[in-house]
Design a protein around this ligand. Structure first.
Ligand SMILES: [Zn+2]
Length: 310
């Protein structure tokens, strides 16, 4: 039983919550978000993408309480960064999943693409490419998760993006003026290919300071190893993250309002996506690609570093 003593000051609401209240608050907000956007249908099999960090702990802990009609399966993607990165986290996640009766699979870039991130970075540096390591990692991870979900007959892929991640992504897309990508971030955006397993982000309205506190409160509190490549190249995300922290300092709740307001705008704009035809497929791998593009982003990147021939 969690204690009733004051535990956390929730800056964006101005409330002080005990552990028990905080747990209830987080679970009910996740549950509300899941039903507001019809993220999970009754009987859906959901693949949980877990890294082993605090956010994936919150994803597993909350969804295992909310979703009780379909199957939950967890997957970790080993990107192949150093030898130790992720190993400790994976061990802890494994025992948590076992205690909840959730099956667990581990997949890797190396087995799926033939190369891991360390080798990819070596090639990027060798060829003096300007692409950020995070671009490769993000694009390859998304594809791998989609393929695993499809092969295993899952209905949804749930990722552990928190509110800070979500606000950063929205702002980045606005700053880039990427109006074709922006509507796709709406939680109920239509899926543009039958080869895509719909992706959901159940904890997108929970701040990162809250996922940290929640995981710590439940005895899952430890620091994730930092990716050694994160500072290899300054990224827009890093800049936007710092900017949002500074705004939050003077205006608590700013990121939450940003996500909620963009959701409202997109709920209208997203209907334009419904008229779009099925996405074309890549001529190399047969996976979906953008309209008017012969190669998908995965093949384009792997081609740049000489892993596939194009
Ligand atoms: Zn391709």
């Amino acid at each position: 039983m969690l204690s009733n003593k004051p535990f956390i000051y929730q800056r964006h609401t101005g409330r002080v919550l005990s552990k028990r209240e905080f747990e209830e608050d987080v679970i009910s907000r996740v549950s509300r978000e899941v039903s507001k956007y019809d993220m999970i249908d009754s009987g859906d099999n959901v693949l949980l993408a877990v890294s082993g960090g605090k956010d994936s702990f919150v994803l597993v802990d909350t969804l295992s309480r909310i979703h009780d009609t379909g199957k939950l399966l967890a997957v970790t993607v080993i990107e192949g960064i150093g030898v130790l990165f992720r190993e400790k986290e994976v061990g802890k996640m494994k025992s948590l999943l076992k205690s909840l009766g959730i099956d667990y699979v581990v997949v890797s870039f190396k087995e799926y693409y033939g190369v891991g991130m360390d080798e990819i970075i070596e090639r990027v540096l060798e060829k003096k490419l300007t692409d950020s390591p995070c671009t490769f990692c993000g694009v390859l991870r998304r594809r791998l998760l989609n393929s695993v979900a499809r092969e295993l007959g899952m209905d949804k892929v749930a990722t552990a993006h928190n509110l800070d991640d979500e606000a950063q992504t929205l702002l980045m897309n606005i700053l880039r003026g990427d109006y074709t990508r922006l509507p796709r971030l709406y939680p109920k955006a239509p899926v543009l290919s039958t080869k895509f397993v719909p992706r959901i982000k159940p904890i997108r309205k929970i701040y990162e300071y809250e996922t940290t506190a929640y995981a710590y409160m439940k005895g899952f509190g430890f620091q994730l190893g930092h990716c050694p490549y994160v500072d290899l190249k300054p990224s827009l995300r890093g800049f936007v993250r710092k900017l949002l922290y500074r705004i939050e300092d003077v205006e608590p709740g700013f990121s939450l309002r940003l996500v909620e307001n963009v959701d409202k705008i997109l709920s209208k704009a997203v209907y334009s996506l419904k008229k779009l035809p099925e996405l074309p497929v890549c001529r190399l791998c047969g996976e979906p690609t953008s309209y008017g593009r012969e190669l998908c982003k995965v093949c384009e990147l792997l081609c740049k570093i000489g892993v596939v021939e194009c």
